[in-house]
Design a protein around this ligand. Structure first.
Ligand code: DAH
Length: 342
């Protein structure tokens, strides 16, 4: 066959193959068959050898032109397929920005956390630090150094979970007082929030609950300072109208000790079901830090004095939100939890 005919025939076949190539793999096959070093276009060049030297330059030029054209055809098809591919992908990935967004349900803080944060906020405003103390505690920190020696009847005030002979789940955040005063010497003001554990369960008691311990030690600290700070605290939590009242009580680690009542924020003190018609609601225990507690932490009770208090966080939350059963705070029923937004 004459070279021109071969070229024409090859061109027709290649264009047909290109038109049929629908993807990268098929395109690569066309390249391999026609345009690679071993392809049919290269074969044409080899065919030049059978021509006479006079014919060769002109025919070489024709073949070269065809080679350029074949290359261009190939590239055009490749570009077309690539654009089609992109278009297809874009179409598949198209989003309708007019659709309403899918809603992600937003959570909210647990009422215990909300209450804890509120208490911290009020005391942080008075310069208190926060200190965390372990939930698994030794007998020494939970009892002995808080002036509750072994066999002291006051140990019966709390039903303790024992982990080992001298290791307990802490029954009170008061243990944190000892740990803090081992590290920090007065003047000091600290809050110890955390979980505590007692074998006790009814509508107002849970085997695990939360306390917030407060401790202030400095020179010349008195019960007056305690009551002043507690007034700021209850107003921060229950509103500007309330006030506190101290009633004599007993705790081994304070002397004197006091139960603190807040005037009823529901009836303003006139008497209602919430305050059991007394006008007052008991909210926490407190007192002047016992000299033996200070001594056990290497603090001179002749020079320094202090006060401490222990707040039950569940109790405050239940009063504030009118929750009748402590169990609701731990059941994690979303219908209950969703009602609290801080
Ligand atoms: N730890 C006591 C309790 O769990 C509460 C308490 C009372 C803490 C008086 C104090 C305090 O710091 O001074 O019942």
């Amino acid at each position: 066959m004459a070279m021109e005919d071969r070229i024409r025939e090859l061109r027709a076949r290649m264009e047909d193959a290109l038109a049929k190539a629908e993807n990268k793999e098929q395109l690569a096959e066309v390249w391999q068959n026609y345009l690679s070093k071993k392809g049919q276009v290269a074969d044409l060049m080899k065919g030049l050898g059978s021509l006479s030297p006079e014919e060769r330059p002109a025919m070489g030029k024709v073949i070269n032109e065809f080679k350029g054209l074949a290359q261009a055809r190939y590239e055009a098809r490749a570009a077309f397929l690539e654009a089609a591919e992109l278009e297809k992908r874009n179409r598949a990935e198209r989003v309708d920005i007019t659709l309403p967004a899918r809603k992600r349900p937003a959570g909210n803080l647990h009422p215990i956390t909300i209450t804890k944060n509120e208490i911290i906020d009020v005391f942080a405003g008075m310069g208190f630090e926060i200190f965390e103390s372990p939930e698994i505690e030794d007998d020494d920190h939970n009892f002995t150094r808080l002036n509750v020696p072994k066999n002291h009847p006051a140990r019966d005030m709390q039903d303790t979970f024992y982990v080992a002979d001298d290791i307990v789940l802490r029954t009170q955040t008061s243990a944190g007082q000892i740990r803090y005063m081992d590290e920090v010497k007065p003047p000091l003001k600290v809050l110890v929030p955390g979980r505590v554990f007692r074998s006790d369960s009814d509508a107002t008691h849970s085997p695990m609950f939360h306390q917030m311990e407060g401790l202030v030690v400095d020179e010349h600290i008195t019960l007056g300072d305690l009551q002043g700070m507690l007034d700021v605290f209850v107003r921060g939590i229950f509103g500007p109208e309330v006030k506190t009242r101290l009633r004599p009580s007993y705790f081994p680690f304070t002397e004197p000790s006091a139960e603190v009542d807040v005037s009823c924020f529901q009836c303003g003190g006139k008497g209602c079901s919430l305050c059991k018609h007394t006008g007052w609601i008991e909210i926490l225990g407190s007192g002047v830090v016992h000299h033996s507690v200070l001594k056990s932490c290497g603090i001179d009770p002749e020079k320094y004095s202090g006060f401490a208090f222990g707040i039950g966080i569940e109790r405050i939350a239940m009063l504030k939100y009118g929750i009748g059963n402590i169990g609701l705070l731990f059941e994690n029923d979303l219908r209950f939890l969703k009602q609290f937004k801080d």
